[in-house]
Structure formats: C-alpha cells, structure tokens
Design a protein around this ligand. Structure first.
Ligand code: ZN
Length: 329
C-alpha cells in the first residue's frame, strides 16, 4: 500500500539533502522519483531544490502537478512541504489513494512564532506516517523550534513567510527559542550563500575580483557570537597543504580574540586533511601570525602591485607578499 509520509524537522536538519538522497536511491533501483516544491519558495531560483550542505537537484513546481504524467513516476518527493496549501495536500492524498504512488513530504513543523504552517497542519492531520528528522540546539538538546534571526537577535514579530529578506533561521531547543538565547560562540562551515559575507571578506581583501577567484572553491567558516557573524575565514587547497586566503573580524568586534579562536579551531579541523597551512600577508600582520605559530616560508615579489593595481591598502602601499607556514600536525 502506498503511503503519505511527513518527515518534519527544524531548520538545518538536512531535510532537503534527505529528499535528494531518497530520489537518488530510487534511481539506483531503476525507478523514477519526482522532486517537487511549492513555487512560493523562490530562494533557490527556478525549479531547483538546494540544501545548506551545498547539494542541489532539479525539481518541478507542485503547482504544475496536474500537467505532469504521473504514470512515469514511482514516488513523489516534496521539499519545503510546510508551504503547501490545504488543497495541495489533498491533491497529494489523492495521488497516494487513487493512483497508489507513495508521496514523501519534507518540511518544517512550526514557524518562527511556534505556529503550524498550513502545509504541516494538514500533513500532520492526514499523513500515514509521521517521522521526525532530528537536529541539535547549540546547547546539545534536541532542536524542535525555528528562530528567525535578524541583526544577531531572535525576532518574534513579523509575517510567517518573508521572501528575499535579510533574516536567517536557526534551530533551537524550546527553552532557548522561548528565551531568545543564541549560542554565545559558534563556528559554522558555510556551503551555500558565501557571498552574504562579502562585506566582511572585502575587509581583508579589497578586490572582489580576487575574492571571486577563491571563494567558490574555498571552504568558508564563520564564527557567530550570539547569532551575529563576527569573524570569517576562507581556506583553499594547494599542492603542498592548504592556504588561508581570507580572515577578517567585524570592526566593532575586534580585540576580543574571535579571529584567533576561529583559527585555532580551524587548525585542528584542517589537521585531519592537511599537513601544513600557508598564509600570504603583509608586514603589519606578521606579529599576529607569529603568535599563532606561523614562520617565514617565502616571498612572492610584487604580488600586491601585480594583483591589486590601483588599490590603496589600510597599511599603505604594498608590494611583495610574505608567505608564512604553520605545521598542522
Ligand atoms: Zn538549547
């Protein structure tokens, strides 16, 4: 018997990644599974579902369901199912009951104010199987609530759905969702949406063209203090190790050791993969890096003059780049 499944979880519980994996599993067994999402969610552009982990896959809009030949499919997988309307959930119930095609819906249970979404309401009411996808709060408890964060603060007022806003969402346990307490300090790897941090990146590297050369391929880490991004670092792979390409701290958050703590965390993390880390720097920053265990490696003559024509740095006119290296193991 085909079933209607509702798999719910808080923000960041890998729902989209799960949805993509289920489709992949169907394919491996020589079957077709159709990925769908409600059109309302236009975050990932046209007809694509994308997860925070960076995985993405093409999809169809649920609004076009009537025009799709369902005879071709062995399963329907719906992402962002919280945004479904009651009528769309009814339509999915019919797909299960009349056509015998299983439908697996992934979505949030409740919004940032703790109210059920319309889609989740009807899926909780009608699904044959309801499963929770778990994730954790910064305190280690199970995260069941979604907090809307704007300007580093948990926001409790506003519309249920904001498209194209500057808000972000974070999963919290109920206690911390109620109190609005965000992690005092938390380091996250950023896979999608790296360019959101461009102002901070430009602080360390004034050339957007240069940043573009390493941002996509680089691993980006951001240190959040009480929900606010205060420091970032970008690391790229090179033949003989890795290289710290960009590190910056927000102007009003300097002198608190954020960059140092972010780097100390990264050294441990990167040691699993690399033997050493390089950094190219100017003279002014040598003491900062030496304190962190870096030593002189080599000089790239005229690097600044060649790669940053016409750019004036805070440190004055720069020419040669000094490369430093630090063992990771
Ligand atoms: Zn908590």
């Amino acid at each position: 018997m085909a079933k209607l499944y509702f798999r719910y979880g808080a923000m960041g519980s890998s729902k989209t990644a799960n949805a993509i994996m289920v489709q992949y599993n169907y394919r491996e067994r020589g079957q077709n599974a159709l990925l769908l999402k409600p059109r309302l969610d236009s975050r990932d552009g046209e007809k694509v579902v994308g997860s925070r982990s960076g995985l993405c896959a093409p999809c169809e809009f649920i609004e076009n369901l009537d025009r799709i030949d369902l005879n071709l499919y062995d399963c329907l997988i719906v992402d962002e199912a919280q945004f479904l309307t009651k009528a769309q959930v009814e339509q999915l119930v019919d797909v299960v009951d009349r056509r015998g095609i299983p439908v697996i819906c992934y979505g949030l249970r409740a919004d940032f104010q703790g109210n059920l979404f319309e889609g989740s309401h009807w899926l909780l009411a009608w699904a044959d199987t309801i499963e929770e996808i778990k994730t954790v709060c910064w305190c280690g408890r199970k995260a069941t609530c979604n907090a809307r964060v704007a300007g580093g603060k948990v926001v409790k007022d506003g519309e249920q759905i904001v498209l194209g806003g500057n808000e972000s969402y974070v999963a919290l346990c109920r206690k911390h969702w109620k109190s609005g307490e965000l992690a005092p300090e938390e380091i996250r790897r950023i896979a999608a949406g790296k360019r959101e941090y461009l102002p901070l990146l430009l602080d360390a590297d004034p050339s957007e063209a240069m940043i573009d050369r390493y941002l996509d391929a680089g691993d980006m880490y951001v240190l959040f203090a009480h929900g606010r991004a205060v420091a970032e670092a970008v690391v790229t792979r090179r033949e003989d190790g890795c290289e710290l390409k960009n590190i910056a701290t927000e102007k009003d958050a300097r002198g608190k050791g954020y960059a140092t703590r972010l780097l100390m965390h990264l050294f441990r993390l990167l040691a699993a993969e690399y033997e050493r880390i390089y950094v190219g720097t100017c003279e002014d920053l040598l003491p900062f890096y030496e304190k962190l265990g870096f030593e002189y490696a080599y000089t790239a003559p005229h690097f600044f003059r060649d790669n940053y024509p016409g750019v004036t740095f805070a440190e004055g006119a720069l020419d040669d780049m000094t490369y430093l290296v630090r063992p990771l193991r």
